[in-house]
Design a protein around this ligand. Sequence first.
Ligand SMILES: O=C(CO)COP(=O)(O)O
Length: 320
Amino acid sequence: MKKIFVNLKRFEVPRRLGGICSFDNPKKWIEWVLENIVKHGLGKLPNIRVICLLPEALIISAIEKLASYPTDEVRNLQVGCQGVFREDITPGGNFGAFTTNLPATAAKNLGCTWTIIGHSEERKDKLGIIERYDPSCCHNERSQAKARQIVSGIINEEVLCALKAGLNVLLCVGETEEERGYGPFAEQKPRIAAVLRSQLEMGLQGIEGAIGPQEIVIGYEPVWAIGPGKTPPGKEYISFVSATIKSIVKEKFNFEPAVVYGGGLKEENAKMIAEIDTIDGGLVALTRFTGDIAFEPEGLKNIIAKYATKKGAVPLCKKS
Ligand SMILES: O=C(CO)COP(=O)(O)O
């Protein structure tokens, strides 16, 4: 089963306020998004699961909207949140004194089945806090590595909380342009692999004691390819990275994870990415990268169609 994660970031904010949403009302917007996903038959594909990762305030509306459809129409459509806190509510422990943060148990209770953790935007935010305390850490290689390790440690605590609460986890990893460096690809490879190894080994530490039936999917997003105007890597690069991720996780944690690609994934390159054997799906945010940039369900449908028509896969359902 391929997985397409739709990371809707803060796309509910209207254009007049600086966002990219053509709706003023966020609840109406998320209902429109889901309505269109269902209308295009994307909630019931036999070989592709679609998971929408939403801002907390829209989760209940989304769950209610999905509940309004016959089960069969939405059997492969799920809702997740955009991160969980590194501590959680526990019987006999903290009862919920977590102003501001979203504990995994609260996300689960809202109806989420997934959470994204470690997105580059989250890593950047956490790193930024450390840099405020010690501005020198962005100039010195050793302290920068230490700061990144601290961030990966916090992300690991979030992963463990999510798993313990029964959420499936999409753990994001990826190198910055600086970490990748330049020169021939053969020279970049060991640098990229080292970054991924560190993020994976730290991010997944201790999962053996926390994992039950939940899934852990690895989202590979090269930080330098995210957003408008960015070009994703080619087939050779993505093949190398996805195979490397699988082998690191297999070697250290004894399972082979599904790996999905994100960062500039669009209609034009979806076929090339979907055809890579070691890629098990996609992580989509924007679907229109030029002009009035946007997430559009129609664009999502066209991307998913490329995955659905991958050799051996069942074709995309016709509009119902
Ligand atoms: O960050 C992303 C998904 O999590 C990818 O973003 P874009 O689709 O805007 O490149």
